[in-house]
Design a protein around this ligand. Structure first.
Ligand code: SAM
Length: 336
């Protein structure tokens, strides 16, 4: 390992969580996330598997303890298991405490066991509906049975599954209790995500589909007794326990900035851009220092310089993001 002093930002927050997007490609075209016809990046723009390994290894050397792999769809990246296998050494050494991923589940039937063999213990699976027809509609290209088989394979491999549901008014409102009950029965954790203004939606659809999580929570409270949990992960999730079932349910409201004070995370896109904050555009290029030398000194210097600029909090400007399509590119590379 190259570095000694762990990463701490100017507000004394240690940087312990890294989210890395390994591809901009996806085998689904969720309407709120991507246009149906996407132009993807040329291969040379992407970090290679070796570069991804070097990058993550450098961050782990600097104190990152939790690594989340995302995309695009991380499991459609060719050779991605080589990367996961490589990260196993950091779990074994104890430097890395958790290796995990966010996936649409389409490839889990094949990869759940190999991932478990690499030391992955938990996966987040994005799933917005349990209805075949609605699933095909929202993902455009996805098929629900394939994802359900993937989730089953994950469970069979001993992985803990968290279901991530984007709350969409008029789309899955009527499934709130159905999905919650299904997760209770199957033993899956559950988190609802407030929809962000991006993807290939008309302005009207966007507004139509916005279902504030405070409304969703109020609906949940009509049936369950909700107890707020103090638990924080340093990210935008808040948790409650449903007393009747004992289930833990999370709420992610990406546009609020009520979590900045404990923010311990940064993200890297598949092209090696480091974003220090979800809600701000400031970024640092890590690909150039990665490619400039086989030694990691330049890379570590670039990471340190960037972390020194991590802002105190984000001031998310809803309107700005919808105009330029910036959010869409940013998200599809960073994986939300
Ligand atoms: N392909 C993987 C997956 O489906 O989980 C990882 C990438 S995906 C961009 C990561 C998460 O972002 C998913 O849970 C997805 O539902 C969520 N997401 C995408 N677009 C979103 C939006 N406009 N608002 C809120 N969440 C969004």
């Amino acid at each position: 390992m190259t570095a000694i002093a762990p990463l701490v930002d100017p507000f004394a927050r240690p940087i312990q969580y890294l989210r890395v997007s390994v591809t901009d490609r996806c085998d689904f075209r969720c309407t709120y996330c991507m246009a149906e016809h996407m132009t993807f990046l040329p291969k040379k723009e992407l970090l290679s598997l070796e570069e991804l390994d070097r990058l993550c290894t450098a961050f782990i050397g600097l104190g990152v303890e939790k690594l989340r792999i995302t995309g695009g769809e991380p499991l459609v990246r060719k050779g991605i298991m080589t990367f996961f296998e490589g990260m196993t050494r950091h779990l074994q050494s104890g430097a890395l405490r958790e290796l995990t991923l966010t996936t649409n589940g389409s490839q889990l039937e094949r990869f759940a066991q190999p991932l478990a063999d690499c030391g992955v213990r938990r996966v987040n699976v994005s799933l917005d509906t349990l209805d075949d027809e609605k699933f095909a509609r929202i993902t455009r290209w996805g098929r629900l049975p394939q994802v359900l088989r993937g989730i089953e394979a994950a469970r069979a491999a001993g992985l803990r599954v968290k279901i991530n549901v984007v709350a969409l008014k008029g789309f899955n409102e009527d499934e709130l209790f159905g999905i919650t009950d299904w997760c209770a029965r199957e033993g899956h954790d559950l988190t609802f995500i407030e929809v962000m203004p991006m993807g290939d939606m008309s302005e009207e659809t966007r507004l139509d589909q916005y279902w504030p999580l405070k409304d969703l929570r109020a609906r949940l409270a009509e049936r369950f007794t909700l107890t707020d949990l103090a638990e924080r992960t340093g990210g935008p999730a808040r948790y409650v326990r449903l007393e009747e079932t004992g289930q833990k349910v999370g709420f992610i409201t990406p546009l609020t900035h009520n979590f900045c004070e404990s923010c311990n995370r940064v993200r890297v896109t598949c092209t090696g851009e480091l974003f220090m904050c979800l809600g701000q555009e400031d970024k640092a290029d890590l690909r150039a220092p990665l490619r400039a030398s086989a030694d990691d000194a330049l890379l570590v210097e670039a990471i340190r310089d960037a972390i020194a600029r991590k802002p105190k909090g984000h001031d998310f400007d809803y309107s700005r993001q919808t105009v330029s399509g910036q959010m869409s590119r940013h998200m599809s590379h960073t994986g939300g």
